[in-house]
Write a protein that binds this ligand. Structure first.
Ligand SMILES: Cc1cc2nc3c(=O)[nH]c(=O)nc-3n(C[C@H](O)[C@H](O)[C@H](O)COP(=O)(O)OP(=O)(O)OC[C@H]3O[C@@H](n4cnc5c(N)ncnc54)[C@H](O)[C@@H]3O)c2cc1C
Length: 463
């Protein structure tokens, strides 16, 4: 292993490992520092991948338990083997993290094992040994954000990490926070048998998403058995012999309410992680939320030091981090690059899924943009009926004058897959009519997207 590099990336999450691979493809001599025992960061180890494995497994369990019979499938009783389900999840994580190790070897990227600290311009210390480099990329990601006065012990009061490791299904679970992670993991444990209550400070779940989608999501998840306490804050949560005792209050203040649960999941967001990175010693600036400050080209205020992913501003999403990694590596190679942050899709992997790209109606109203809306329900789609998955709709928003698509919001089966065609369309400045006139195979869920595009012009065919 060499002591000097063209590029040292600190952190091997989707931002860091992708940046390292792209830089190596471009001929740079690259090392990536990772202190975790396995590569892949939050995403592969304790985030996207294990949560999706648990969502997939619990979805199948729930379907076998409560949906198969309607389709004429008799099971003779479905039993949960949580230990094996967890083993399945762990095996998915292992396959993915080993996959990054293979990609590092293939691209001749050195994995510097240990905690990285920037000790000067072009100098990174890894557990006592100093390496020289032309450029440094900070890709140290994020960590769980807590709530004041609530101590996460990862046993009874857990973060997403603990919620992916429970050794038995709790009878009752309180999820603090009705955002993406809270709803995904709340759904997992609800499907496996827990009575789940979601407590949300705002007046509706999924803050930041399109208003109609938020309402529909609330209605569908309630039907599935999730209970919601909106406009409510948790003021304390304390472990007791039995479980956890919570005190709640209206968000605007008011009478206290007591509640208890076997497990409490704190899912109120994540914060940038820069602990012991040596930022102060080299003078790298951070913002009021502790995120590394960068310009439009991922440069920090210190020459030769860049940052990408969850540790900088923007949506905390793996694909955002990956795209930043690629663009930055190409910029370091002398190429130009650009990311349209308006076109980063967001997906909630519940059932049904929720997906969005571009602007919401609320944002367009605020910006004073005139728009038209087309909506189409999955209920009116043959394939959705054949799949017994008719909840939800596709909503496309287009500019009133030019018909250019400004946003798309989907709640329904495979929403996360369906959003891709609209994202691609928007990348090419597509109009709603372009989507409506594109031939969509029959019978597919994609036809709902086409019908919503037709509905923008008031001419859907199947309602
Ligand atoms: C439960 C959960 C589910 C999620 N699901 C999704 C999803 O479905 N889709 C999606 O897009 N996003 C999802 N996310 C978010 C996604 O995981 C993050 O946006 C993504 O991982 C950010 O990538 P990153 O490369 O910026 O940092 P990270 O993935 O956080 O990686 C940073 C890495 O840096 C390492 N590190 C930190 N400091 C040092 C140091 N000083 N020296 C060496 N190593 C260091 C850390 O150990 C870590 O491995 C989820 C997150 C969680 C928690």
């Amino acid at each position: 292993m060499s002591d000097s590099y063209d590029l040292i990336v600190i952190g091997s999450g989707p931002g860091g490992y992708v940046c390292a691979i792209r830089a190596a493809q471009l001929g740079m001599k690259v090392a990536c520092v990772e202190k975790r025992a396995t590569l892949g960061g939050t995403c592969l180890n304790i985030g996207c991948i294990p949560s999706k494995a648990m969502l997939a497994a619990s979805e199948k369990f729930h379907a076998a338990e409560s949906e198969f019979e309607k389709m004429g499938i008799k099971t003779g009783g479905v039993k949960l083997d949580l230990k094996t389900m967890m083993k399945f999840k762990d095996s998915v994580v292992e396959a993915n993290t080993k996959g990054i190790e293979f990609l590092f070897k293939k691209n001749k990227i050195d994995w510097l094992k240990g905690a990285g600290k920037i000790t000067g311009k072009g100098k990174v210390d890894v557990d006592g040994k100093t390496y020289d480099t032309k450029n440094i990329v900070i890709a140290t990601g994020s960590d769980v954000a807590g709530l004041p006065g609530i101590e996460i012990d990862e046993k009874k009061i857990v973060s997403s990490t603990g919620a992916l490791e429970l050794d038995k299904v709790p009878e009752t679970m309180v999820v603090i926070g009705g955002g993406v992670i809270g709803l995904e993991l709340g759904s997992v444990w609800s499907r496996l048998g827990a009575k789940v209550t979601v407590i949300e400070f705002m007046d509706q779940i999924l803050p930041g998403m399109d208003g109609e989608i938020r309402k529909e999501a609330n209605k569908i998840f309630k039907k599935q058995g999730l209970e919601f306490k909106l406009s409510t804050k948790v003021t304390s949560a304390k472990s007791s012999a039995k479980g956890v005792d919570l005190t709640l209050e209206a968000a605007s203040g008011g009478n206290e309410e007591k509640m208890s649960a076997d497990i409490v999941l704190v899912a109120v967001g994540r914060k940038a992680y820069t602990e012991n990175l040596g930022l102060d010693s080299v003078g790298v600036e951070t913002d009021e939320r502790g995120r590394v400050k960068t310009d439009g080209h991922f440069k920090t205020n210190v020459d030769g030091i860049y940052a990408i992913g969850d540790v900088i501003a923007g949506p905390m999403l793996a694909h955002k981090a990956e795209d930043e990694g690629v663009v930055l590596a190409e910029m370091l190679d002398g190429q130009s690059g650009h990311i349209d942050y308006n076109l980063i899709p967001g997906v909630v992997y519940t059932w049904p899924e929720v997906a969005n790209v571009g602007k919401t109606e609320e944002q367009l109203k605020e910006e004073g943009v005139e728009y038209k809306v087309g909506k189409f329900p999955f209920m009116a789609n043959g394939r959705a009926r054949a799949m017994n998955a008719v909840d939800g709709f596709v909503k496309i928003i287009a500019d009133k004058r030019t018909d250019r698509v400004l946003g798309c919001h989907i709640i329904g089966p495979e929403a996360g897959t369906l959003i891709a065609e609209v994202t691609l369309g928007m990348e090419f400045s597509s109009s709603a009519e372009d989507i409506a006139r594109t031939c969509h195979a029959h019978p597919t869920l994609e036809e709902v997207v086409k019908e919503a595009a037709l509905a923008v012009d008031g001419r859907p065919l199947h309602v």
